[in-house]
Write a protein that binds this ligand. Structure first.
Ligand SMILES: *Cc1c(COP(=O)(O)O)cnc(C)c1O
Length: 372
């Protein structure tokens, strides 16, 4: 396959290494990184990212599904692979075959695993206030029952914070309460004689905003890729984190648009004067949100080129009127740097009215991932 032909992602592995070092600087020595490489490593490419992390001495990873875990094992990733979500009993084979750690999503699910008859390694989810996954923190009796199930080998307990990105007094109080609930569960388990298990609580914002509370693992996700969820995060200055991903597409055609003409489906863009339009070989099927139609810009030759017309499935158009030297075959930057300018995933997220997590995790299979 020809590399960088149509549209692609460039991975800056030096920046990834830099981010690892930044997190390690912040975390206590006895807290290991357990990066989230779910959703194709937030769109970056699970296999190249996990391989690079493994080379940097990381030996624990979070995935969303058994299939994601299987993919990493087949690519030669060793160490702990925790499936954070639900695995259907029809896929229990994968848990055994690929030595994955399954999350116990609640008491019923623990019984389902137990009934299967095979032996599973699990981490027990604890619901400390998010009310999504886990056995409620108050139900110590139920949690202990899971520890005692004959076919389950419980090697960890974990919970998840739901407002750790917020800095208001209310949000901080809620997070501290979640932390207290989690510590209570861990202490109760120790008191009842269970000691051979790991605990973990924090994702990116839990680590950045509550670093004094680290446990055995830190489940860094979005920030690990050098991206903040929102453009106006109050967390910004804590660590020097740099983006790993650039998103680029080829200019496939440069054409005139005469005064008064429309462009694209629905002719939603109309030129008020003669314009020059560049067509890019990337579209919403690659993960460019369709609601960026007539909104935001890309970078061509170090200059901004506003998006014009509707984003199509496989193509989009930008206005390159002010850009003198541009021709088919040139590169356009949708996320990343060109000359002195930079578009961050946070910018795209803001234009599209979402968070950068959604932008990057939806970058499509069609995009080639090139590690550099
Ligand atoms: C996705 C996820 C993470 C990582 O979250 P970020 O905010 O991206 O750092 C951590 N823990 C759980 C349970 C998750 O689902």
């Amino acid at each position: 396959m020809y590399s960088k032909g149509r549209a692609w992602i460039e991975l800056n592995l030096k920046n990834l290494k830099h981010n690892i070092e930044e997190f390690r600087r912040l975390l206590p020595w006895d807290c290991d990184l357990m990066p989230a490489v779910k959703a194709n490593a937030y769109g970056h490419g699970a296999v190249p990212v996990a391989k690079a992390l493994q080379e940097q001495g990381i030996h624990a990873f979070c995935v969303a599904s058994a299939a994601e875990g299987a993919e990493l094992r087949q690519a030669g990733i060793t160490g702990q692979l925790l499936v954070l979500g639900y695995t259907h009993p029809a896929e229990f084979d994968d848990l055994v075959d690929y030595e994955l750690i399954q999350t116990v999503v609640d008491g019923n699910y623990a019984e389902e695993l137990q009934r299967d008859g095979r032996r599973f390694t699990v981490h027990v989810g604890i619901d400390t206030g998010m009310h999504r996954i886990g056995e409620r923190w108050e139900n110590i009796g139920e949690i202990v029952k899971i520890f005692q199930m004959s076919h389950l080998s419980v090697t960890g307990v974990f919970s998840h914070l739901c407002v750790s990105d917020g800095q208001s007094e209310k949000e901080r109080a809620y997070t501290l309460e979640q932390i207290r609930h989690f510590e209570y569960v861990v202490e109760e388990l120790h008191r009842q004689g269970f000691s051979d298990f790991k605990c973990h609580l924090q994702g990116s914002y839990g680590i950045l905003n509550y670093s004094q509370y680290c446990f055995d693992y830190a489940r860094a996700g979005i920030a690990f890729y050098g991206i903040y969820s929102g453009k106006n995060d109050s967390t910004k200055t804590r660590l020097d984190l740099v983006p790993v991903l650039s998103l680029k597409a080829r200019v496939i055609s440069v054409r005139e648009l005469y005064k008064g003409e429309g462009a694209g489906y629905g002719l939603t863009y109309r030129s008020k004067e003669n314009r020059k339009i560049a067509v890019l070989s990337i579209g919403y099927a690659d993960g460019i949100p369709r609601n960026l139609s007539n909104c935001g810009y890309v970078l061509c030759n170090g200059k901004t080129a506003p998006i014009v017309g509707r984003i199509c499935m496989d193509q989009m158009m930008v206005d390159v009127t002010g850009i003198s030297q541009i021709s088919p075959g040139d590169e356009a930057v949708l996320i990343g740097k060109s000359g002195n300018l930079e578009i961050r995933a946070e910018d795209l997220a803001q234009w599209a009215g979402t968070i950068s997590n959604e932008i990057v995790s939806r970058l499509g299979e069609r995009l080639e991932r090139v590690a550099e």
